[in-house]
Ligand binder design. Structure first.
Ligand code: BMA
Length: 329
């Protein structure tokens, strides 16, 4: 397979080659976590956060939590995608209608570049969780637009271009709590305000690694074989949920159609920082950098709801693995 990736080259992508003897599709950055405890004096952890290329370096929207445990969104910057500095104050979201900017909580942000505008989508508290959307071109001014859906919904992730002339978003209808169920759907919109034509993509189920629920991770990566969607897959254990990372391939023109979905996780919690934190046993992928010239992938994931960690992979290898090792339908 000679895969074509429809994205810019990113020669300064953070990168480490696969360690000798490692046969996994994703391998961890040796100096993980990239964001450790107390990244800001009043913040106990930054995790489940999205990083994108910006000028000669990187920028992102980050989930912070302090002693109140109420999550907020902050801007963070990095020259190399490995060391980050964070704005001490949360992002100020503006809209003429105060009902739109009414704040309860904000978490798990994704950042998607579409036609020169950066869109942030996140789990936004509005009488329960739903999907907030804001746009920015400078990461200083953020205009919030209408919530995409009625509550309850989480893991709203935009595609990086319009599909069939419409914006397209993945999401997972949920409940007000920790949601013991969850399938991924797509919805389309002409204007990022009105959403409809909801289509089922993939449900939880067999095998056990995704027996409880699944949710979209970073914005899908467009390849000649289909959209590569990296997602979190959740299993239920006698001690609670365990979040792993897996991948599926979606049809380019009808992305609610699954071409193939991997029959196993690509990364399961096992490192110390994934097992000891506020919520042990969580690897939650949220931001991806990809160098189309080499196929290198740098994947940012929240570890144990406390840290931001980084792992690496190769897009072509992952696409091949998914195609060769699909779920039995
Ligand atoms: C989910 C979300 C994520 C979190 C995960 C594990 O429901 O709240 O933000 O990382 O649970 O606790």
């Amino acid at each position: 397979m000679k895969l074509k990736i429809h994205a810019p080259a990113l020669p300064n992508i953070p990168w480490q080659p696969r360690p000798k003897g490692n046969t996994d599709l994703l391998w961890r950055y040796s100096k993980n976590p990239v964001v450790g405890r107390r990244p800001l004096p009043h913040v106990t952890g930054i995790y489940n956060s999205a990083v994108v290329p910006w000028k000669k370096g990187f920028i992102g929207v980050f989930r912070t939590e302090g002693m109140s445990r109420v999550p907020h969104l902050h801007v963070g910057r990095s020259p190399d995608g490995l060391k980050f500095t964070f704005e001490p104050k949360p992002i100020v979201l503006t809209n003429a209608d105060p009902e739109v900017t009414r704040f309860e909580y904000a978490y798990d942000p994704r950042v998607t570049l579409i036609d020169g505008v950066y869109y942030v989508t996140w789990c936004n508290g509005y009488h329960g969780p739903t999907i907030g959307i804001a746009k920015t071109t400078d990461f200083v001014n953020f205009e919030q637009v209408e919530n995409a859906f009625l509550p309850y919904n989480r893991n709203g992730v935009l595609f990086p271009r319009k599909v069939n002339g419409k914006y397209l978003m993945l999401s997972r209808p949920s409940d007000t709590g920790h949601t013991p169920f969850g399938d991924i759907f797509t919805s389309e919109s002409p204007d990022l305000v009105h959403w409809g034509k909801h289509r089922h993509v993939l449900g939880k189920g067999w095998p056990w690694f995704q027996g409880t629920k699944i949710g979209a991770g970073p914005s899908p990566i467009e390849t000649s074989e289909g959209w590569l969607l990296i997602y979190h897959a959740v299993t239920g254990t006698c001690n609670g949920f365990v979040y792993s990372i897996s991948a599926m391939l979606l049809d380019l023109d009808q992305p609610w159609k699954v071409i193939a979905s991997a029959n196993q996780a690509l990364l399961c919690p096992e490192a110390e920082y994934e097992l000891s934190g506020f919520v042990p046993g969580v690897c939650f992928p949220v931001g991806a950098l990809c160098d189309a010239a080499t196929g290198r992938l740098a994947l940012y994931y929240g570890a144990a709801d406390t840290f931001t960690a980084l792992c690496f992979g190769n897009v072509e290898d992952i696409v091949r693995f998914v195609k060769e090792n699909p779920l039995q339908k």
